[in-house]
Design a protein around this ligand. Structure first.
Ligand code: PFF
Length: 454
């Protein structure tokens, strides 16, 4: 059964699988979130905790999703159903994952739209005209991001681009695009790192990022590290279940997960090296999230002067757009593949239905940031509400369901079979992985979830 489905609907090779999954993992989270929270919570001290979580728990969560996907060869809901046919309730872990994917993609489309718009502003020199006037730049950003039309047009353009890749299929769409864009992303990032590191006073930025300050590493910082590791590795929402179902049967899932985790972490660190030395070099203060990307950085690029500023700003927003695109691809693929499997329809119909629904919700999220910002859910704007769902509440729950299922519901030999490729690999790590899946990960996720409610 495995080989017939896998031959038509799978990545062509181990490398293809790694590239596609790294594409999913490397996204806005690496470039605009990791560097900032790393600096904020104690630099090197945070990094140490992050590494433990990423390789100890995040990677195990990814491995768990791969196991469920490759074992079942189904998309999230059916995957749980088919692996535990008598315990139907577990399908809701899959449902929850898909809901999470839906909301993350809606928010992702909005911010990716901003990125595309800024790329055009950079390349046409419009950003450069604002120089280092911080007020002008932040007025421009606030005006643009809260306006009704322009962000909507750009999010729609980005959505259509994402859908076109999905229509190409697993090998000719997702895999082919990831194999080209990921190396391009690394090259662009290295170019930015070299520029940033050769600016005067760059070492202050490196200090902010790396020098360990354990006094800043609060309990909140530790929880943020786990949340960031999960978001960055795209786990807890079933995307890696879908990608797992495309991984060739001969692939060593443990090794694949390790490569993906290492690449994702490496790129997050590189992003910090590209950003902070430049920020400190021109005497600016680091900020987080949108403020850093859309207000501080344009000013930093403009301080490089004329053509240079235009070139490096264009490179940065292109890089951010690429990172966002390959992540959006994985979210759209998870949703389209689910609809495709559920309705047994054509790929293009499933993709069209999902992308139209996503654009509709993304438009609401975008307007919720501007024209409709007076409309509140639980006391916050629609935009902030979706952000909170995506970053705090939903992913830990989905991940918790996944590890409980794998650790306590699925017979243990199924996990061993997948890790050892039916006994052909030695898989010495199996007992440790099983222990993390049964005990360490559920406890950690429970702590994260409960603390998010407090
Ligand atoms: N890992 C992506 C990032 O770091 O930006 C975000 C993401 C993509 C989360 C895909 C979840 C997902 F399924």
């Amino acid at each position: 059964m495995q080989s017939s489905k896998q031959s038509t609907n799978s990545f062509s090779s181990s490398l293809g699988a790694i590239m596609a999954a790294v594409g999913s993992a490397v996204g806005l989270g690496n470039i605009w979130r990791f560097p900032y929270i790393c600096g904020k919570y104690g630099g090197g001290a945070f990094l140490l905790v992050y590494l433990c979580f990423a390789f100890g728990i995040g990677m195990t969560l990814m491995l768990s999703e791969f196991v469920i996907g490759r074992r079942s060869l189904h998309t999230p809901v059916k995957a749980f159903e088919s692996l535990a046919p008598k315990r139907k309730g577990w399908r809701y872990v899959g449902v929850l994952g898909l809901i999470t994917c839906f909301f993350i993609l809606a928010q992702y489309l909005v911010i990716s739209g901003w990125t595309v718009s800024y790329f055009f502003d950079a390349i046409t020199g419009r950003l450069a005209t604002m120089g280092q006037n911080a007020t002008a730049i932040s007025d421009y950003f606030n005006g643009f991001s809260t306006s009704a039309l322009r962000p909507v047009i750009f999010l729609a353009v980005f959505a259509v681009l994402t859908a076109i890749v999905i229509l190409g299929g697993v090998q000719k769409g997702i895999e082919a695009v990831s194999k080209v864009l990921m190396p391009v992303l690394v090259v662009l990032l290295v170019v930015l790192c070299v520029r940033s590191l050769t600016l005067p006073g760059a070492s202050k930025g490196l200090e902010y990022l790396f020098s360990p300050d354990f006094s800043k590493l609060t309990a909140e910082g530790v929880l943020a590290a786990l949340g960031q590791a999960m978001f960055s590795l795209s786990v807890g929402m079933g995307v890696m279940i879908v990608y797992g179902s495309y991984i060739p049967v001969s692939d060593n899932l443990f090794r694949t997960s390790m490569w993906i985790t290492a690449s994702d972490t490496f790129i997050a660190i590189l992003a910090g090296v590209a950003i902070f030395p430049a920020v400190f070099s021109c005497g600016m203060e680091p900020a987080g999230g949108p403020g850093l990307t859309f207000c501080v950085l344009p000013s930093v690029f403009n301080s490089m002067g004329g053509v240079m500023g235009t070139i490096f700003a264009s490179i940065f927003f292109l890089l951010l757009g690429i990172a966002a695109l390959t992540s959006a691809i994985s979210l759209l693929e998870a949703l389209s593949a689910w609809l495709l499997e559920t309705l047994r329809t054509h790929r293009w119909i499933a993709t069209l239905v999902i992308i139209v629904a996503e654009i509709a919700v993304a438009v609401v999220v975008s307007l919720g940031n501007g024209v409709w910002s007076d409309f509140h859910i639980t006391g916050i704007t629609i935009f902030d509400f979706v952000d909170r769902l995506n970053s705090i509440y939903l992913p830990p729950l989905g991940a918790l369901g996944t590890v409980l299922f794998l650790g306590w519901v699925l017979p243990s030999d199924e996990l061993r079979d997948e890790l050892s490729n039916q006994g052909t690999l030695r898989a010495v790590y199996y007992p440790a992985v099983r222990f993390i899946i049964r005990w360490v990960a559920p406890l950690a996720l429970l702590v994260v979830f409960v603390s998010s409610l407090l």
